[in-house]
Design a protein around this ligand. Sequence first.
Ligand SMILES: [Zn+2]
Length: 262
Amino acid sequence: MDGKLPLVRSSLGEGRWLGSGSFAKDAGEAARRLPYRQILTESVYEAVKEQIMDLEMAPGSRINMDQLARQLRVSTTPLREALSRLESDGLVTRQSLRGYSVVSLPAWEDVLEMYNLRILLEPETARAAAAARGDDRLPGLLRATVGQMSELSAVPVLAGHYQGYRALFNTDTFFHDAIAESSGNKLVRRTLASLHAHALLYRVWYHAGFAAETVREHEAVIDAIAAHKPGAAAKAMRDHLERSRDRFLEVATNGEESLSGA
Ligand SMILES: [Zn+2]
């Protein structure tokens, strides 16, 4: 348990969904720099996100705000703020009169379309990142994400629940977004972010484990960017996404025995 947890726990009364070590650590880190209201919203956001990612809140179901607020033992104000963030994550939708609902699980054809769009765009972001001169911090940042990914994927408890694979999910999301950001094309970066590719994939296939090949494929992208080889960076990114798509297709067509790392 993180030493900062009691602050958050006492602020939230029972705080019963703050039980896990990783959650407590983040809440503690947040406590050092955020005012109480933001800590509360952050905690509520993570608690609801966990329920959505673990499918405890049924895909497509309507969210009863009062019931959820009672369950989490908070008022509806931080819950509204958390749901608004989850809406921008692509995990809930809001309709006038009807309120918030959990987004439905995608059909596999939708996932395939998402991959094909990424395969059009992301090799170009990697190419541009490799061609960029002036700021050489990117390869170091990316190597840190791969190092984390490698360590995290070695922990068996990670397969199964969002609390376990959350850090893996975040490093994967960061890797692709950091490359998109360094490409310098803000519209392409926004378009990729709007796909919510990682949230979508992990929600469906989180229970199947993690593809170790993902680490090696990410390393090939980083090596090409660090060496300022645009053509090689584009190819490495394309190879990674095509293999990731093929792993997904294997899962989609043969049952869910192995996972596509995203
Ligand atoms: Zn990836």
